[in-house]
Design a binder for this molecule. Structure first.
Ligand code: GLC
Length: 427
């Protein structure tokens, strides 16, 4: 093991204790209780694309203070799926390229079950200061495998200028959204509504939000039971399919990921956009045609507020990490109050530290914070499954066909139930 070889240097080899043993089949837990060597040295941090370019300066500060533990940022592609596959390609081939991994909350179980990331010592991190739902996304089979870093909840961005001119309020229900998207958007040469509808993780999120908002579920019992065959799921997928059929969801939205959809909104091409809060920064920036002319509210649902999927990312230590003690310190740094504040102010990303959501200066600057906090607290996590990827791929394939009008919502839900059944039964 590379971190053990580096452990010499005359210090006690206890900085990083592997508790448990491979022989007993118990995964090794990374512990920072002891003093010693080998745990410290340079690191790589792998992350999905840093869309707001805030991570470089954060790491520059770390690197200036700790030149011997220099962190090299490895930026992978913007989309969740491509990032996951690049990380997994490395981890499967024995790992070593990445020491610290900024992983999507949806992947913790899969990475933990595969043994790619090491369990962590709970006491080392201020889990009690985080918004409660985020901590659960970092655990697998009762153990902590990562530390929450960024949270996320979908919000509805809307053109305030257009709604105000029509004397309308932002929609609270799907019927209101549909009516406004259908009637107001064309008058202003706008598309009605878009989200992330390309078949990838973003489509799973958007579809799950539609199903959850209608009161349905995809899987039950911790991912063991298929729960998608319901009237609620048909209603949820029906909403998305109808939008494309009736034209208030523009066809090109079927190729949108987060960035394409943000661009469409900030170019002034959409009345409504479902996106994560990071889109606020771009839409307020100098390159935006809608700066100062939009707002964000909770996602609507069939009869009132809808339900968001819980997004975000967790920081994990690769089980092959070269310098696990430095890795742990880096995670402690990135989740400290001061850095979490910068995650919001410079990165436009929702922090995991609960107290920041009530900070009056931050709320003045980011008026969506209270709504976001409520959305995160009420958000539904994705199923915890070591087979999460297969679950997500099945959802994407079916929902794409339903939105592209290749299959009715009823037939789509039946097919999805059968495919998920096969996935959950597979040994
Ligand atoms: C965002 C979310 C993440 C989600 C992804 C889907 O990055 O934070 O949880 O899986 O979008 O595209």
């Amino acid at each position: 093991m590379r971190w053990m070889r580096a452990a010499g240097r005359g210090l006690l080899v206890a900085a990083l204790l592997l508790v448990g043993s491979v022989a007993s089949g118990v995964p090794a837990e990374v512990s920072w209780g002891g003093a010693g060597a080998g745990g410290r040295g340079p690191l790589t941090l792998a992350t999905a694309g840093d869309l707001t370019g805030y991570l470089g300066p954060l790491l520059d500060d770390w690197n200036a203070a700790r030149p011997a533990e220099r962190v090299t940022l490895v930026e992978l592609p913007d989309s969740a799926d491509e990032t996951r596959s690049q990380m997994i390609t490395d981890l499967r081939s024995g790992g070593g390229r990445f020491d610290v991994l900024n992983i999507d909350v949806a992947w913790t179980s899969e990475f933990a079950a595969a043994g790619w990331i090491a369990p962590l010592e709970r006491a080392r991190f201020p889990l009690g200061s985080f918004l409660p739902p985020v901590v659960d996304t970092a655990t697998y089979e009762g153990r902590l495998y990562a530390v929450p870093y960024v949270t996320n909840a979908g919000m509805l961005f809307y053109r305030k200028d257009v709604l105000e001119r029509a004397g309308e309020r932002p929609p609270r229900t799907w019927a209101e959204l549909e009516r406004q998207a259908r009637t107001l958007a064309p008058k202003h040469g706008l598309g009605g509504y878009a989200g992330q509808f390309l078949p990838y993780e973003g489509l799973t999120v958007n579809a799950a939000e539609a199903v959850y908002s209608a009161g349905g579920a995809v899987l039950g019992d911790e991912g063991q039971r298929v729960a998608v065959d319901s009237a609620a799921a048909r209603t949820g997928l029906g909403f998305l399919a109808r939008g494309v059929r009736d034209g208030w969801i523009p066809r090109e939205a079927l190729s949108y990921k987060e960035e394409e959809s943000r661009q469409a909104f900030q170019d002034g091409r959409l009345l409504f956009l479902r996106n994560w809060p990071y889109a606020w920064a771009g839409a307020s920036g100098s390159g935006s045609k809608v700066a100062g002319r939009f707002g964000a509210v909770p996602l609507p649902g069939p009869d009132g507020p809808g339900t968001s999927v819980l997004g975000g990312s967790n920081l994990a230590v690769s089980s092959k990490a070269r310098h696990a003690r430095s890795a742990s310190d880096l995670i402690a740094y990135l989740t400290s109050e001061a850095v979490q504040r910068r995650v919001l102010t410079e990165g436009a990303l929702p922090p995991v530290r609960a107290e920041l959501y009530g900070d009056p200066a931050l709320v003045r600057r980011f008026p969506y914070l209270p709504a976001l906090r409520a959305a995160v607290l009420a958000a539904e996590p994705r199923p915890k499954s070591a087979r999460y990827e297969q679950v997500s791929l099945a959802v994407q394939a079916v929902v794409h066909d339903v939105m592209a009008q290749h299959q009715s919502p009823e037939a789509g839900v039946r097919r999805l139930a059968a495919e998920l059944d096969a996935v959950t039964r597979r040994r």
